[in-house]
Ligand binder design. Structure first.
Ligand code: UTP
Length: 290
């Protein structure tokens, strides 16, 4: 039996250039989908999947994330004094407990692979999850929970995958797929951001991973890949053939919230599912069409 997945890494050290100037002083992961920041959705997904330790790899200007998951006694006192106990309860349920959370800094944004490597001592020698908060996934069973079930069945590495339009392969890590078994796809090869003509498939990795700690050895070589960055995909590719390695076609809808249209799409999807907002929003949308 493989070891249990207890720890999740949240790389939040990116610069978020596509959302400037909003992300000049505000971390991209704090942008709200309706009234909850992106990072809160990712943490809730991990919590629902049974994750016990939450590791954030932060960077300059990201302290709002630490504050978000901490108690705010002043705010709670103020809200309680005004009788808003339901809001206090919802704030309390979103915080992470003492000792459950740790933060480390990626001093320079050298790429996603480098961000993950920065968490090596906090992860130690056990399988772990990685969640990219800007990949927002809506699913009946949380995406990471589905992946943990798959990991418990297969062992090795499991990454969430979905088909993307052919012309978009140069935005993702793309699979060279082997045999398929239900939602599982054996991985024979991985290429980071191939041009459509060179892409081995359209099956792309999205921001949910369960990896064996061996990945840190490969990341530690600090080899630069696409865009001059230390790429997680390149380190993962080195593990093919060394252990089971599967793509997992998750059940759910993924929104690329690092992109403005994807972010708006997610906002509409969440708001249209909210009883307090759906009718009002439909009315607004109708008015724009008229
Ligand atoms: P992106 O490729 O979306 O980069 O990173 P970005 O800097 O966040 O945003 P843009 O492209 O400039 O608008 C994918 C994920 O990897 C993390 C990001 O925080 C995001 O969750 N990341 C990226 C790091 O933690 N460190 C890095 O050096 C690069």
């Amino acid at each position: 039996m493989p070891k249990k997945v207890r720890k999740a890494v949240f790389p939040v050290g990116g610069m978020g250039t596509r959302f400037l100037p909003a992300t000049k002083a505000l971390p991209k992961e704090m942008l709200p989908i309706v009234d909850q920041p992106l990072i809160q959705y990712a943490v809730d997904e991990a919590r629902a999947a049974g994750i016990e330790e939450f590791i954030f790899v932060t960077g300059r200007g990201k302290s709002a994330i630490e504050d978000h998951f901490d108690h705010s006694y002043e705010l709670n006192d103020l809200l309680s004094a005004r009788g808003k106990t339901d809001v206090v309860d919802s704030l309390t349920s979103s915080i992470l407990q003492a000792g459950q959370v740790s933060y480390t800094r990626q001093q320079e944004p050298l790429g996603l692979g480098h961000a993950v490597w920065c968490a090596r001592h906090l992860v130690g020698d056990e399988p772990f999850a990685i969640l990219l908060a800007d990949d927002f996934v809506r699913a009946e069973t949380p995406c990471l929970g589905q992946m943990i079930d798959a990991f418990e069945a297969t062992g090795g590495n499991v990454v969430a995958v979905m088909d993307v339009p052919k012309e978009q392969t140069n935005r993702y890590g793309i699979l060279d797929p082997g045999e398929e078994d239900g939602r599982l796809v054996e991985i024979k090869g991985l290429v980071e951001k191939p041009e459509p003509a060179a892409a081995p498939s359209t099956l792309s990795i999205i921001g949910r991973y369960i990896l064996m700690p061996d990945v840190f050895t490969h990341l530690g070589r600090k080899e630069r890949g696409a865009g001059g960055e230390i790429q997680l995909t390149d380190a993962m590719a080195k593990m093919i053939g060394q252990m089971p390695f599967h793509g997992f076609r998750f059940d759910g809808v993924r929104y690329d919230c690092g992109d403005k249209l994807g972010f708006l799409d997610a906002t509409l999807a969440v708001a249209l599912d909210r009883p307090d907002l759906a009718d009002g929003l439909r009315g607004l949308m109708q008015a724009y069409q008229d």
